[in-house]
Write a protein that binds this ligand. Structure first.
Ligand code: SAM
Length: 220
């Protein structure tokens, strides 16, 4: 199927609540585990930028796995960030994680450059996918570590529905709808490879890591 774009920001009150309350333990732990597998020797002790951090579930898991880094999360949806700020406070991580509300590419991160840039499930929301890759190129410090994960588009809408039923069967209807639209809006690995080529980020590697996710990773 052709890609069907979805709205960029997830700022609806109900939408943000459903997303923040959802159980993402498996894919989000996997995000951190894959990061660790790809960079087993690296000391992660500088500034980390999380692009499209949403309610900061990945951000918090990353902070716990890498206890010496400071993380800045950026998202354009204040309704998402408020759940993130609560979760960060619950975990006592306020001194290590700061969240900023702003739309990419207009928002400029606080630090001029970052040692690590991560992003989970932002790309499929972007109407111009180059916004993610250009932001990475602009804000990555020399030799920065890059780690991005997202969904890929199934062959048909029927297959997308099957994926939703397999992985979100007990979730509320709103979340299932969002998941379906995200699958339809997501980019295939060949499309991502073309984007990397266009962004002059050929140094980064791509890999399919599950029946619905790919990763892009590497050191610049
Ligand atoms: C599917 S959520 C992923 C959130 C989080 N990374 C996670 O894995 O749970 C995508 C997030 O990207 C944000 N977003 C989409 N387009 C954006 C843009 N252009 N600038 C900033 N945030 C954006 C949305 O508001 C939403 O919170």
């Amino acid at each position: 199927m052709e890609r069907i774009p979805e709205p960029e920001l997830m700022n609806g009150a109900e939408q943000a609540l459903a997303y923040a309350a959802a159980d993402f333990e498996e894919p989000h732990n996997r995000f951190v585990e894959l990061f660790r597998n790809k960079f087993p020797e690296e000391k992660i002790d500088g500034y980390v930028l999380d692009l499209g951090c949403g309610p900061a579930d990945v951000t918090i898991r990353f902070a716990r796995a890498c206890p010496n880094c400071l993380i800045h999360g950026i998202d354009g949806a204040e309704n998402m960030l408020k759940y993130g700020r609560d979760a960060i406070a619950d975990q006592g991580l306020e001194s290590r994680i700061n969240l900023y509300c702003g739309h990419l590419p207009e928002i400029k991160p606080v630090q001029p450059s970052y040692d690590v840039i991560i992003s989970n499930s932002l790309l499929h929301h972007l109407h111009d996918p180059m916004v993610l890759w250009d932001s990475i190129r602009t804000y990555a410090a020399p030799k920065a570590i890059i780690f991005v994960m997202d969904l890929f588009r199934p062959a048909t809408q029927l297959e997308a529905k099957r994926v939703v039923e397999q992985y979100a069967t007990d979730e509320p209807a709103l979340l299932k709808d969002d998941f379906f639209h995200s699958l339809c809006a997501s980019y295939r690995i060949e499309e991502v490879e073309k984007q990397l080529e266009q962004a002059n980020l050929r140094k980064l590697s791509t890999e399919i890591v599950s029946d619905r996710h790919w990763i892009v990773y590497g050191k610049l």
